[in-house]
Structure formats: C-alpha cells, structure tokens
Ligand binder design. Sequence first.
Ligand code: FAD
Ligand code: NAP
Ligand code: SF4
Length: 692
Amino acid sequence: MHTPYPQLFTPLDLGFTTLPNRVLMGSMHTGLEEKKDNLQALAAYFAARARGGVGLMVTGGIAPNRQGWLASFGAKMTSRGEVAKHRNVTQAVHAEGGKICMQILHAGRYGMHPFLVAPSALKAPISPFRPWEMSRRLIRATIEDFANAAALSREAGYDGVEIMGSEGYLINQFIAPRTNHRRDEWGGDWQGRMRFPLEIMRKVREKAGKDFIVIFRVSMLDLVEEGSTWEEVEELALAIEAAGATMINTGIGWHEARVPTIATLVPRGAYAWVTKRLMGKLQIPLIATNRINTPEKAEEILREGYANMVSMARPFLADPDFVRKAQTARADEINTCIACNQACLDHIFKGKTASCLVNPRACKESTVDGGRFTVDGSRWTDTGSPITNNQSTNNTKVAVVGAGPAGLSAATELAAMGREVHLFEASGEIGGQFNMAKRIPGKEEFHETLRYFGKMIEKNGVVLHLNTRVDANFLIQNNFTEVVVATGVLPRNPKIEGIDHPKVLSYIDVLLHKKPVGKTVAIIGAGGIGFDVAVFLTNHQSTNQPITTYQHEWGIDENYKNRGGITKSQPEHPPRQVWLLQRSKGKVGERLGKTTGWAHRLTLKSRHVQMWNEVEYQKIDDAGLHITVKGKSQLLEVENVIVCAGQESMRDLYAPLLAAGLHVHLIGGAKAAGELDAKRAIEEGWKLTFSA
Ligand code: FAD
Ligand code: NAP
Ligand code: SF4
C-alpha cells in the first residue's frame, strides 16, 4: 500500500527478527505495572497499542531487585511468580501481532524508599533520601540481577529487554563523575566508570541468548554538570555494541537536570541532533527520542539521516492507533500528544495511574473501551463494547451548546455512537479557550487538538453551527429533548477601585482580540493563565520557537564543549517589564503542573519577570497599580494591568432547560469553574457516553 511515510514504514531487519516499521513505543511508567490484577490492565493497554501497528514496544521500568525499586513495592522481575503475571502481557501483545521488550530499570539514588543504593553515597538534589554506597559484592550481585531479570523476561515471553542506562538512574550514576566518586575498579577513571554498564550488557546477552532483542539506552546528553563528555558517550556506545546490544536508544537529560526536555515548550525533534552525532559510527540501529509526536516529524528524522528508528512514548497514550492511521493515509485523524504532561507524568509523580488529557480512555482499556478485551483462558477475545447505547433514546436529537474542549469531546463521542448531534458555537471557530492557549509561545501543539476534533466532527457527522449563540427558547422550540450545556466560563472581574480604567485589559483582550500592550505590565493573578500571559508578553517570537532559541534559553550546547553538554544560558532580553502578582502566601506558581511548573517559573525568572506574593490590590489609576506587598504600600507605574484572576461558570441555560423538562447535562467549565482544566473538560464530555 502507498504510504506518505516511506521511511517510517520500511521494515527493520535485526538479523534474527524483523520489525515491520521504524516506530518504537518508548518506555513509560503508567502505574498499571503495580496493579494487583495479574497485569490484566497492563496487558489490555499494550494489546490496544499492538493492534494499532507499532513496530516494537517497551514496558515501563521493571526493577531487577528490591534496591532498584523506583518506590516501595514497585514492579520487579525476580521470580517465577512475576514471570506468570507478565505472560498475560506478552500473550496479549503477540495475539495482536505485536512485539514487546521489558525495560530493566534500577533507580539507584532516585529510589523513593529506604533501601536505595548508588555507586557513592551522594543524595540526588530531587530526592529526600541519601543512598547507601554499594559494596563490590553488591555491584557483582546487581549485575547478576540484571542478567537474571533478562532471562526471566524471556521466559515470560518478551521479545527482548531494554537496559535503562540513562536519565540519571543507577547505570548512569556509575558512568558520570558527578555521581561516581569511587576509587576502586568500579570508579575512578573512565575505564572504571564504564565497567558497570559493560558488564551488565555482556551478562544480559550471555544469559538471555542470541536471538533476543537487547536495546541499551545510552545517556547521550546528560544536561547536568560533571556528566559525560561526547568522547565518552561515543566510546561507551561502541563498547556496548561490541558487548552484544541489538540497538541503541537515546537518553536525554537526567531527571535532576534543570532543562525541560519533553514539555510542550520544547520544540519538536529538538534532540534528534544528538543521535545524529553517533550515526555512521556503529553498525547497529540507533533510535532517536524526545518530542517526536507526528508522523511527519518522525519521517523527517529518518529521511534526513538523524536515526534508524524513532521512539515515541506519550503519543501512544494520546492515540493507540497512531501508526495504523499514518500508514493508511489518515494522519489527520491522529489525536496528537500536546506534551502537556497533565494526565501522564503529573499523575505518575502524584502516585496516580497515568492517563491522557486528550484521550481519557488511556490506561482504562480493561474497564471501558478496553472492556472489549478480556482474558479467556490464555486467549484474548473481543467481547464487544460495554458502553451502553440506549436504543430507546437513540433517535433523539442531541444539542451540545459550546464547542470548547468539553463540548467538542461530548459531541464527537456521542455522534460516534450514532446519535444525531448538533453542536452550537457562539463564535466563528471551534475550540473555546484553546483558541487562546494555542497562541501562547510553546503551546502551539494545542492547534493539533483542534485539528483532531475538527476531523472527528466531519468523520462522525456532527452538525456544526458556528456563529450561533443559542438560548433556552431556541432549544425548546427546536425539539431538542437532550441538551449538553458546555458553555464554559467567563473571566472573573475582581472588585478593585479603577477596574474600569482604560489601561485594564482582560486576558481575552490580549490573547484573542490582540489589543496592544505597553512596555510595562502588571498581571493580577498568577494561575495557569497569568503565567501563560506573562510568557506571551515576554517572548520575542509570537509562535514556533526555533530550536536554537530554545537551546540558548536553556544553555544546551550543541558543540558539546563541556561535560553533560550544558553551557551558560543566554536568554533573549524580554520586550517588556512584567510583574506577576498573587494575593496568597505560597510560592508563585505553586499550583502549576508538578512536572512542568518549575520550567515555567525558570522561564519567567530568566526573563526578569517579578513574581510577587502577598499582594493586596488598592486601586488602578493613571499613575498605575497601587498595591501593598506584605503590608507595605507601593505603586507599580505600569502602562497596562491585565486581569487573570480566575473564572466563573457560565450556565444560564441550565435552569430554564431543566424547568422545561429537558434532559440536561452540565459539563466542563459550565459545571464548575474551580480547578477546571482541559483534562477534566474532555473527560466529562467522554463520560456522557456511559449513560447515553
Ligand atoms: P470553554 O473552552 O470556555 O468553551 C466554551 C464555549 O462555549 C466557547 O467556545 C463559547 O463561545 C461557547 N458558548 C458559550 N455560550 C454559548 C451559547 N449560549 N451558545 C453557543 N456557544 C456558547 N487547560 C489545560 O488543561 N491546560 C493548559 O495548558 C491550558 N492552558 C490554557 C491557556 C489559556 C491562555 C487559557 C485561556 C486556558 C487554558 N486552559 C488550559 C484552560 C482550558 O482551555 C479550559 O479548561 C477549557 O477550555 C474549558 O473547556 P470548556 O469546554 O468547559 O469551556
Ligand atoms: P487559577 O489557576 O484559578 O488562577 C487564578 C489566579 O487569580 C490565582 O493566582 C488567584 O490567586 C487569583 N485570584 C482569584 N480570585 C481573585 C480575585 N478576586 N482578585 C484577584 N485575584 C484573584 O485560574 P486561571 O489562571 O484563570 O486558569 C484557569 C484554569 O485553566 C486553571 O484551573 C488551570 O488548570 C487551567 N490552565 C492550566 C494551564 C497549564 O499550564 N496547565 C495553563 C493555563 C490554564 P490569589 O487568590 O492568590 O490572588
Ligand atoms: Fe501527551 Fe498530555 Fe496526553 Fe501526556 S497527558 S500523553 S503529555 S497529551
């Protein structure tokens, strides 16, 4: 079949086995690994991705022993009992024609438990625990444990393993002088520091046998001080190849690095250059990673010789059928990962099961959509969708009011079930607040979600009425018996003297109506929107930051002059002076995403944005914004004051529709404005299908 992505769909011959395409579903911990269900949910999750056609998948990290746990009672592969559970995963994947490797990950000093160990007793800056220094005996035993885990994974039916040698975990801790202060044969000079990964590679190959995929993930750019030099990376990769690796995957940045490497502000394909530096030096295939989320970008990386294969992880949470859609010229139907981290990494770091903001089904495959796939003995059977589709109401017309994320999700999901859906939107475009979010530099990916919903409207036959603000009478008169109210929110207008002064603007004025903004600005409210407005106002490019600007801003050195590939950051001078203010006491930006908030704060800090807490707003006049900060009066002589003080629900339709006896659903911002985000809005739209 003709494919627009010929490189992506060129099979990869590994000698003893052939992968059907160049797409690796990279390792990602989901939290399903620790579920007490004999890994049934994990099996359903991987089966769905195998069915979607991905060439090879890698599980989340599985520890080779207890000391290697990421957290207490984390997943490990040390016994026959664990082998039996993992067979559920491998059988489910093989039944769908897929291939899967188990990642062996020893957390080392990143372990969140009391038994953590490391080459030297040095506490990680992101951990509260100090590790125990490993004895030589323990080092030997750990190498055996890696090999044992590989052999057991083979017994469990895995097609191979990935040895996690990057991101600052144990193996990486042995390699880098930053964390290896040993003076024995496992440390000291480069030969000593490289001994641990090489011994693991050799032993794994020896114990797991020849016809078994072994991917080694090499940290090619540590992004921390006292990391590896490029010469060391190259030498290690050559030695790993000689020791029997089948492929080498790219690792970028330690977890403790103060450089965002996968957040949405990172340009697409921003790290492919790192893998390219190794291309041509080895015989075995190289895999590029980080912020590759479309088939176009993946194809470009392969076509331009940056790598032999591409790894994507989060894009498969967002769309399990990514590969199949790309292969069958339906790339415009891909639900693209927007790199927000809100439902995947942020969940994992809070100890919750991962899911996906744009695809709330992710990781729930065994209970909802995936309820279709249940284990029948050792065989996987499609038992049909459990989502009830009430035939008695199936002929009724559904009105969805508001085409923001909540309304878009509801309308497209209900239409996919066969309901006649009319989607009414007051403005001239779908998207609601996403039309502002997509204008924030570094949030361009939000365009993709709107492209996806636009395509689903077309595909599922939603009748879209743009520029149509509807009221209760209209809906009653037009015989809608069922209405979804997804009318969103209105910005809060705080009661401050002078709030109607001409210098006061709302975030909607700035982001949507593009009103001019002066050189000195105070922002009232430091929530997600206040931060985004501050980024918008202090950025030079209005959109699509080039990779070089990102590298300068974060001190990433493409010439690799220093260890770890980092250099002094050189942020551009911001075009305005901005003050970002909040009334409450805590750190400004405290409630931003767990895995991205720090990067947003650092961005604003480097742009000299003044972030102040404990502010009371007194009045706004020609002179500026009068405030007290921690009780002290002050005047900010600013040209504009921008209000980002949260939002209030807009649901005036709800009560009259209920009173008229209609079946009414309230979702998204219309339901509740507090703690609203797109994750909740999209999930609530989808959940309507449970009762529809
Ligand atoms: P809305 O998006 O507000 O949509 C409501 C829609 O209803 C609007 O299009 C409106 O025109 C329409 N409407 C209202 N009344 C009527 C009527 N009577 N008839 C017809 N149409 C009507 N969230 C995140 O999770 N992550 C982020 O990174 C993020 N960034 C953001 C950045 C910015 C700058 C902004 C402004 C918001 C951001 N959000 C983010 C918030 C997110 O966009 C909202 O949570 C989400 O849009 C709420 O969805 P909703 O469908 O409930 O409401
Ligand atoms: P928000 O996060 O609730 O922040 C509102 C801000 O306004 C707070 O700083 C609040 O802090 C202040 N405020 C509240 N009432 C006020 C009043 N009466 N007077 C003055 N200040 C007041 O809301 P938001 O920034 O509007 O964002 C809306 C939603 O979009 C959020 O819930 C968020 O989840 C989502 N969003 C997410 C992202 C993201 O990157 N994940 C980005 C943008 C938006 P004080 O009370 O301390 O002053
Ligand atoms: Fe991607 Fe956000 Fe979904 Fe995570 S939650 S997979 S980052 S879209």
